[in-house]
Write a protein that binds this ligand. Structure first.
Ligand code: PLP
Ligand code: TYF
Length: 397
């Protein structure tokens, strides 16, 4: 067996996470990994989550959750995915399973698709979060790419995206980023989303919406627009929810998969299929983070406070985007970075080359992804000037 052992190189994000961890310089800054840091440079403990933790209390026992997870989480997950108005109706024909993070939700959804139709073609945006393609390939689906990053820096190439989606075989999976596209930071506008979903429905594609950054774009309701449009036009619809960023619970691994069917009977069969798959993958999901999220989502006061905290995180990133753009524009600007202010979410596809990213790391201890992706949620008033000076420096020559 070991004669067959060959290298499996890490993807760019894994590589960047390792390189950062191994960098001994105290002044290092991590603009690589997709994590929200507060103004003091810490991964925050949200106040609503802290209060939820107080309520659930310590000293409790930890039996297994059900295979599908904590039922108390499902209502909250449906409300987030569809909005309270649609959750009532669509919720009656939706299978929900708690999963280990958004990655677990995406993998479980992909497993479900493969178990139903192993010849399904899946299409991801070009570029996309590298794990999309890796997970789809891991379950044995054929992966294609649809155009996404525009030529210049003016936003997504929606025409190219629609053209490529319309060329897919009927029944293909269309993987969509609900908001805060990773890595570009470019999202379609609401009217562009309407056109995209019409094209998807018309071609008979199956939308798989990955929602890992809900609340970081324009707010919880606005950010779930693609899900609501897809549910109104298509069935099935797969939705992978991640609570890692929105609750700052990265290592707790909390997520959920929602699969919307045509009716309640189909949804029950999908849930049963999901449980059978989970049983062979990890048997049941972890408890602690799910209890925290469920407590926050089911208590109106905690829910409101959490939404306010999410709004403050979103606002802080916007301030950092403005600060980054304006400081670079002042003085002798190496080039125009004003698009950074227009992008949404944690990331910016900055246009920095792999060589410039390498120089940021070697000369300035500033880590980013080699495709030029920067995590602007790691900027703060204490490191902004240093980052701006370093970016200006590597762009000059
Ligand atoms: N989908 C996208 C687009 C992401 O960027 C991420 C995390 O970075 C995930 C899914 C998975 O998140 P989780 O950490 O909850 O597995
Ligand atoms: O897009 C991102 O930044 C995430 C974060 O080992 C990540 O994928 C990167 C590497 C890793 C775990 C999470």
């Amino acid at each position: 067996m070991l004669e067959r052992l060959t290298a499996m190189p890490p993807d760019a994000l894994m590589r960047a996470a390792r390189t950062f961890a191994a960098d001994p310089r105290k002044e290092k800054i991590n603009l690589g990994v997709g994590i929200y840091y507060d103004a003091a440079g810490h991964v925050p403990v949200l106040e609503a989550v802290r209060r939820a933790e107080e309520r659930i209390g310590g000293g409790r026992s930890w039996p297994y959750l059900l295979v599908e997870g904590l039922p108390g989480l499902f209502r909250g997950a449906l409300d987030l995915a569809f909005g309270p108005a649609l959750a009532g109706d669509a919720g009656t024909r939706t299978a929900v399973l708690q999963t280990p993070g958004g990655t677990g939700a995406f993998r479980l959804g992909a497993e479900m698709v493969r178990s139903l139709e192993p010849r399904t073609v899946a299409a991801v945006s070009d570029p996309s979060w590298p794990n999309h393609e890796a997970v789809l390939r891991a379950v044995g689906l054929e992966v294609r790419r649809y155009a996404y990053a525009g030529e210049g820096s003016g936003g997504p190439d929606v025409e190219g995206m629609i053209r490529d989606l319309e060329a897919l075989p009927r029944g293909s999976l269309a993987v969509l980023h609900a908001c805060c596209h990773n890595p570009t930071g470019w999202d379609p506008t609401p009217s562009q989303w309407e056109r995209i979903v019409v094209a998807i429905a018309h071609r008979g594609l199956v939308p798989f919406v990955d929602m890992a950054y809900q609340g970081f774009g324009d707010g919880l309701a606005a950010d779930s627009l693609p899900v609501r449009l897809a549910v109104a036009a298509c069935a099935p619809v797969f939705v992978a929810l991640s609570f890692s960023k929105s609750f700052s619970l990265y290592g707790e691994r909390v997520g959920a998969l929602c699969v919307v069917a045509r009716d309640g009977a189909e949804a029950a069969l999908l849930a049963e299929r999901g449980r059978a798959l989970v049983r062979t993958l990890y048997s049941s999901p972890p408890t602690h983070g799910a209890l925290l999220v469920s407590e926050v989502l089911s208590d109106p006061v905690l829910h409101r406070d959490w939404e306010d905290e999410l709004g403050a995180m979103r606002g802080r990133i916007r301030d950092m985007r403005s600060g980054f753009t304006e400081r670079l524009a002042a003085g002798n600007a190496p080039r125009d970075f004003s698009f950074v202010k227009e992008q949404k979410g944690l990331f910016s596809y900055s246009g920095l080359t792999a060589r410039q990213v390498g120089r940021l790391r070697e000369e300035h201890a500033i880590h980013a992804i080699e495709d030029g992706r920067l995590c602007l949620a790691a900027l703060n008033p204490g490191n902004l000037d240093r980052v701006v000076d370093a970016v200006r420096g590597v762009c000059m020559r």
